[in-house]
Ligand binder design. Sequence first.
Ligand SMILES: [Fe+2]
Ligand SMILES: [Fe+2]
Length: 156
Amino acid sequence: MKAKEGVLDLLQKVVTLELTAIHHYLLHAAVCDNWGYERLEHELHERMTEEIAHVSKVIDHMLYLEGAPDVQKLGVVQSGESVQDLFNVDLKLEQEDVKLLQEAIAHCSMVGDFTTRHLLEKMVVDSEEHIDWFETQLRTIKQVGVENYLSEQIKK
Ligand SMILES: [Fe+2]
Ligand SMILES: [Fe+2]
């Protein structure tokens, strides 16, 4: 099926952002593991798996629309010096993701591509849950103190 105008370009941006998220979670999970926070390693690894599911669906859909997904492009991957640094980087990325998905959803409505819109709408729900998770962690750190928070992250 041929894509409606502008849809493939937006889907490509989504692919690049999802791949960037995968790389963030891959790195941040490993960093947490290295610091001894097994539970956080497990959580971030879960996020990575979810982003892999997202990107593979978008790639499938681009092919269905006769597009040529580019999986080589990647955004900047940032690490950090502390768990809060990592969470802030991840939160910012998820916020960017929601913004892009909303933009793409609005475009799909405008050009009458309801299949793509439906796919993106399901993704935006996950991204909002991801945002909520990071916001909750950062709030908990403020409330109980970073040491208390981290002592709970040592075991799975
Ligand atoms: Fe995603
Ligand atoms: Fe996400």
